[in-house]
Design a protein around this ligand. Sequence first.
Ligand code: FES
Length: 330
Amino acid sequence: MTSHFNDARIAKTHDVARGIRLFDIAPADGVRAHAPGSHIDVEVMVDGRPQHRSFSLVGDAAESGVYRVAVKDRPGGHGGSRYLWSLAADDRLRVSDPKDRFSLSYRAPEVAMVAGGIGITPLYGMVMALARAGQRVHLFYTARTRDEMAFVDDLSAALGDRLHLIATSAGQRLAPAAVIDTLDPEAELYICGPQSLREAFLTHWLGANRPVERFRFETFASSGRLPATAFDVRVANRDLDFTVGRDESLLEALRSHGVHDVLYDCEHGECGLCTIDVVEHSGELDHRDVFYSPRQQAAGNRICACVSRVHEGHLVIDTSRHAVDTGHAD
Ligand code: FES
């Protein structure tokens, strides 16, 4: 899905935790109302080229009059987060209207939210909305240290003893069983954080015979199992070779090299529209999607071009076959 980008400026920045900065973004033509858990796309400059990155909206733009995003600093990095951290009040940028792909339902008798690190950003607004509506919601928020956790005072005021902070540097661990096993049978779980955290929770959730449709997750393209590295690609059906940079996706690289026959929608590894054939590869395939099941990912013959990549290797692909994949449903 292509985004329409509007002119905007940075109205204010301030730090809300160690290494997490809040950016108030004022679009020239005003903000649009949005649901909790929505995000905006931001046009960022990476290696001198414009790219798009998604950031969850924190709080309610209709109340604050700005789009508010919380961004983690990545020292040494030069991707989208670094670009935003280089901006200050009155700097210009371009942003899309809010999009809602992680919608909140109010029907469950009990809700558990699980945030890993910067994964708190989409969940914050959802937690506050559920608490305001009088719903029974618990938040389990894990980060390396307590001072790397954002919005704790607000969350504590809204949740009281249903806020659980887990600082891993203090030896604390967030065990899926401790969260899931005592939940109401009709409960829902929302999770955003590193892939390993999500996989551990999903495995326990399914093992406890809980329905997959009550397990809701948000993904970030940066949350892979392996660090992102540049890799070489050959598009076999086009006799085309190029390198995918560390800070761009295979889908972005395909488009910038004139390959427009790969469909896409979510650009977050969820819908499966961008899946393509892997003819051969070296290095390890780093499947970052949530569309394919672990068994399908292990087969290694199809990948989601929007998020998945190769770690320290090369990839030969064929973009000519437009299969309809069924992902987790198979
Ligand atoms: S565009 Fe949806 S999975 Fe890639």
